[in-house]
Design a protein around this ligand. Structure first.
Ligand code: AHG
Ligand code: MN
Ligand code: MN
Length: 313
């Protein structure tokens, strides 16, 4: 018997069914689903920009928004009418936006398009979302209730955690997100490393740590896109991603609210760890929208080793 569409959908578990069975609270699962759907619209925008690269003009000859800005507009417009979101904070905005009536439960952080400069090279890029309750200016551990990211690569995938494990979905040809990997668990120790920042800008302690990984035979896997780089560690079940403190920027490059906290949540839920080299990412208090931090994220062994090299203990 051939594999018809109906066979395929019969055996697949779609995102809403998965969240319902996992007991994710109703408003939260609607929110996650709505954001996942927005991934399709963001992906459409990315395709539009590829047409532009290929020499096509916008038929109305309009000024086109940057991709990051379009992705941000798409998310904001959707979340505004969700009924569940009080505030929206985005890497693309200078201030937190009040988008609800004031009594909604959730606060959203977004990096609407991470790695947008990679579009022209046709490498994968992504959207990163944090879902908080009560506030975003706190320790992530106390406010984050769910996180998700969407990867725009050869396939569109979505990874989420609502505090009940980390799960991956693939957008199928019928436009549904279907479960591809449930309860992803990292090994204690992996064998890939992904290294941000210029080597000559690294601190001596970080350099020694990387030399340790090199003598241990770790394979280099760095695309320069945070989402696919983290996704690789997750799907390969281990390894380390780091964007360290640099001599000129002791807080590294990546942002706590928009990039690091959501990924830390997802990786912890998969049995991994995330620190700034010393402290856990989810224990760092956020005071500023654009607060940055160094990051070591991945399997427990590698993150723990980083702490040993960085603290001398
Ligand atoms: P964004 O496109 O949202 O500004 O973020 C880009 C980030 C991230 O994707 C990646 O990990 C990092 O920048 C790469 O930085 P380098 O170019 O310094 O390697
Ligand atoms: Mn980013
Ligand atoms: Mn961005």
């Amino acid at each position: 018997m051939g594999e018809g569409i109906s066979d395929y959908t019969k055996f697949s578990v779609d995102l809403r069914r998965h969240m319902w069975k996992a007991g994710v609270e109703m408003e939260l699962r609607r929110l996650i689903w709505q954001i996942a759907v927005m991934g399709k619209y963001i992906s459409a925008k990315i395709h539009e920009s590829n047409r532009k690269l290929a020499g096509f003009k916008n038929i109305f000859d309009e000024e086109q928004l940057d991709l990051d800005k379009s992705a941000d507009e798409i998310l904001k417009n959707q979340l505004q009418y969700s009924g569940f979101v009080r505030e929206y904070a985005s890497e693309e905005r200078d201030a937190v936006m009040q988008i609800g009536q004031g009594n909604e439960k959730y606060f959203i952080t977004a990096d609407p398009l991470d790695g947008s400069s990679l579009v022209e090279t046709n490498l994968a890029i992504g959207t990163i979302i944090g879902i908080h309750k009560e506030s975003i200016f706190a320790e992530g551990r106390n406010t984050l209730v769910a996180s998700m990211y969407i990867t725009y690569g050869p396939l569109i995938t979505m990874v989420y955690s609502a505090g009940k494990g980390t799960h991956e979905f693939v957008l199928n040809r019928e436009g549904e997100y279907v479960l591809s990997e449930e309860n992803i668990q990292l090994r204690e120790r992996g064998d890939i490393y992904s290294l941000g920042g210029l080597r000559r800008e690294w601190t001596p302690e970080h350099l020694k740590y990387i030399e340790f990984l090199e003598t241990e035979g770790y394979k280099l896997r760095y695309s320069g896109g945070f989402v696919p780089d983290i996704n690789q560690v997750l799907i390969k079940r281990g390894g380390i991603f780091t964007y360290p403190a640099l001599k000129k920027s002791p807080k590294g490059k990546l942002r706590l609210l928009f990039e690091l906290q959501p990924m830390a949540f997802i990786i912890e839920q998969a049995g991994g760890k995330a620190t700034d080299g010393k402290e856990e990412i989810l224990s760092i208090k956020v005071d500023d929208l654009n607060q940055r931090s160094a990051i070591y994220i991945g399997s427990r062994f590698e993150v723990e080793k980083a702490r040993e090299f960085l603290t001398g203990r």
